[in-house]
Design a protein around this ligand. Structure first.
Ligand code: AMP
Length: 392
């Protein structure tokens, strides 16, 4: 459902040029959606022949901290968005002198730092994993002592405050004597200790907010992770209307309180007692939303284009229950995957990101399957992925 609260501001119309900071698969799928709508796209990225650059009109190879390059890039576009959120305030402030940045640099500032993000959510009255700041081993030991023997096992998860993703920069603390190794492994002077959540499952909502305050959402998606990396997503979640509605309401409150214009994904834990807790925010489209390309009328990338351009948000109607399975570089470890066997699964939609270095754990692509139920879609997606390992 889409709702509006105030009149639209002058929109950026097809034919104009959109700018994206970051050259990965999220920028690639944004660019494909933008070009389908008749926009041109420029990307600024440190590197060349990137997944986004391959499909953009112009790839500018520069570091995000090269402020002269950022200024030149922003002067050439009508709006700047990003697919990589660890861009400094100096870079977003520079871009903002020449073109609107959506979501704004202030949203990035909050969400690129776990302590700022969780403090913001807690102060906004939104449900978030209980946490404490940790700035030294002594502080970590003190915090663990305060938790005392009442703590369940494992006690918590220690995460770097910045630059963490896909489980990188985090360490599970099972007992107080793990503290020294956990602190040393993070190589940081600012961390966050979260309660370890013995969750029932993980889910996410892709929230979309327009310039006029309009709101729509995709999902929730039910997500499974392997080694902290997203493995599969399905929608609907099979968790029932009440939980799905609550997740969407929390996602809506989050983008409204953060004053987001654009797309923001809210990742949740559902605890065994049925409570939703926010684990993390991503101020951009999200891997769990990739199934929306094939399963919804307007996918998360089209919604990103529409929202940052000040256009009406698209319909999020679901064509059918859907499942997404990630394709990691691990699938290339014994040679080229068996694409023929995969594509023999006729209803699979294959998405590859144009990366030519299939390292273990690297996201190389994904596949999506629609089904009559989420379980059926998921079983088909897993069977299709399995076919990639068949000997040809
Ligand atoms: P993150 O990078 O913080 O999203 O963490 C990656 C994954 O690690 C999550 O999707 C969870 O599967 C797991 N994880 C992260 N934080 C916690 C926590 N506080 N309790 C239990 N599992 C967690």
């Amino acid at each position: 459902m889409t709702t509006r609260s105030s009149p639209a501001i002058a929109p950026i119309l097809p034919g104009q040029t959109l700018g994206v900071l970051g050259g990965g698969q999220l920028g690639r799928m944004f660019t494909i959606a933008a070009r389908r709508l008749g926009y041109r796209v420029h990307v600024l990225v440190p590197g060349n022949d990137t997944p986004t650059g391959q499909v953009a009109d112009l790839e500018i190879n520069a570091d995000y901290e090269d402020l002269d390059a950022v200024a030149r890039f922003a002067k050439g576009v009508s709006v700047v968005t990003f697919e990589f959120e660890n861009v400094s305030a100096a870079a977003t402030d520079t871009a903002a002198k020449y073109a609107p940045v959506r979501p704004a640099g202030s949203v990035l500032h909050t969400t690129q730092h776990r302590l700022r993000e969780k403090t913001f959510l807690r102060d906004a009255g939104l449900p978030v994993t209980p946490f404490a700041p940790v700035r030294s081993l002594e502080e970590l030991n003190r915090t663990l002592v305060q938790r005392g023997a009442a703590s369940p096992t494992p006690i918590g998860v220690l995460k770097t405050a910045s630059w963490g993703y896909d489980g990188k920069g985090q360490s599970v603390i099972r007992k107080p004597t793990d503290a020294g190794d956990a602190w040393a492994s993070l190589k940081t002077d600012e961390a966050i200790l979260e309660d370890f959540i013995d969750f029932e499952c993980e889910l996410s909502v892709v929230a979309v907010r327009g310039m006029d305050g309009s709101f729509t959402s995709l999902g929730p998606m039910l997500n499974t992770h392997v080694h902290h990396i997203l493995d599969t997503s399905v929608t609907p979640t099979m968790l029932g209307d009440k939980i799905e509605r609550q997740a969407i309401d929390i996602a809506r409150a989050t983008v409204e309180k953060l004053n987001v214009v654009g797309v923001l994904c809210v990742e949740f834990f559902l605890t065994r007692s049925g409570k939703l807790l926010i684990n993390e925010l991503a101020p951009r489209p999200h891997n769990s939303g990739h199934l929306t390309i094939d399963a919804h009328v307007s996918c998360q990338f089209e919604q990103q284009v529409r929202s940052i351009c000040g256009l009406p948000l698209g319909s999020t109607r679901l064509h059918a229950p859907a499942a997404m399975a990630n394709l990691l570089g691990d699938l290339w470890q014994h040679g080229e995957p068996n694409w023929h066997a995969l594509l023999d699964h006729r209803d699979v939609k294959l998405h590859l990101y144009g990366k030519n270095d299939p390292r273990k754990g690297r996201k190389m692509g994904h596949l999506t399957v629609l089904g009559t139920t989420p379980e059926e879609a998921r079983a088909k997606a897993l069977a299709a992925r399995e076919a990639l390992t068949l000997k040809s």
